[in-house]
Write a protein that binds this ligand. Sequence first.
Ligand code: AMP
Length: 488
Amino acid sequence: MQQGRVSEMCGIVGIALEDVSARAAIPIFYALYSLQHRGQESAGIATVSGTAGAGSVGGSGEIHLERGMGLVSEVFRENLSKLKGNIGIGHVRYSTTGASTLKNAEPLVVDYRDGRIAIAHNGNIVNASQLRNELKKEGRIFHSETDTEVLAHIFVKGLMKHNDPISALEEVMRRVIGSYSLTMLVNDTLIAVRDPVGFRPLCMGFIEGEKDANGVIFASESTAIDTLGGITLRDVRPGEVIIVREGCEYESFQFCKATNKAHCVFEYIYFARPDSVLDGRLVYDVRLKIGERLAEEHPVDADIVSPIPDSGVTFAIGYAKRSSIDYIEAFIKNRYVGRTFIMPEREARETAVRLKLNVVRENVASKRVILVDDSIVRGTTSKRIVERVRRAGAKEVHLRIGSPPIKAPCYFGIDTPTREELIASSHSINEICSILNADSIGYLSIEGLIDAIGMPAENLCLGCLTGKYPVEVPGEECIAKQLKLWQF
Ligand code: AMP
């Protein structure tokens, strides 16, 4: 399913500083830096001057926008000084194939009858094509392929009808199906929104800005708030809209009171930083528990436990702790190699891989090695890694994986490939073990994952593991009826 695949995985921020002479772009820049792991394709910041949201939808502040392709440090240089204003939002976008263009970079800024709107979106709208067609029939024009633009049209329609952003957002929540955590500027008003089941994370806190200007912050992960020396107050609740008023007072509106949620398990497994607290759980703790649980579910006699850096580290620590097998690194990662650069010749590509990750031959030679990673998607990484450890002289190589087999695509914002490309969708665990040339393989069980996260299964989205999704996705099995979701 191609619709809406343009939004994908992202990191978002929103900041309103009380002092009108302070500049929100600077803390937003640092917050985006700390969320860089959530997206390396493009980055953008939109700012405006205002009295921290006098609440006037018709405020006349000019929205400044700077965005570009690449990392936060590449996109923002001198242009940061152009971003004037004490209120703003920011966005980093994940790299996906086919949609890597500036016109899809966010924040999206659109003009409407009474001013301008800027939106930063993390998630994926499942009914985007259907809504887009309806809107086109009404004569609405689209400039990009993003589902964020669909969201913007629905919001503006609601705004025209009610002349009130809160009522317009209630309408968005009723019509739009899928995952969306949003930070928005409606002229000079900062608003944060989280979809009714909370697929993607979003938290809020307080910071002290330049010249001691106090401010309110919303961010995908709490580490963004830590980076600014701020205090995380709480998660934005699923189905909640928060509007920042004058003096950084904020007001909350709870629209959807779904009993069950659908928090993404892959945030805990792979996507979020280990030092982030998502919906009340420190990701590091969850990963440590997963590692311990893996050791209980899949014990094996071995000499060392090693992570596949960096994503396997916390799991491997947990595995080593519970199994009492020494934690010794088989690989050292070169910190200075960023995204794997694509080189035309095979030989050059192999050098790039070795440059990024080097085997510590002495640590693995003649040893029985347990390698721990967070997940297997296509299987290419694990196959290459097993081969390298064997070539370095390991006697046995046992793979332990911190997630259950990924069998089905994600429609809610994680960039997973199609079913055909997912190794676990068409192969048994034994087949995977022999394809990857491992001596044994052990995946975490779904029950083990649920226990480690410490939330009831009814509050988690397990779609990529079970192929059963919490909302209607054309052609897929939906379990929404069994869950108490989308209740207004
Ligand atoms: P693969 O070679 O396709 O099996 O990729 C598995 C590796 O990719 C694991 O080591 C993960 O840490 C990492 N990974 C898992 N999910 C994603 C994702 N959505 N985007 C990028 N990397 C991922």
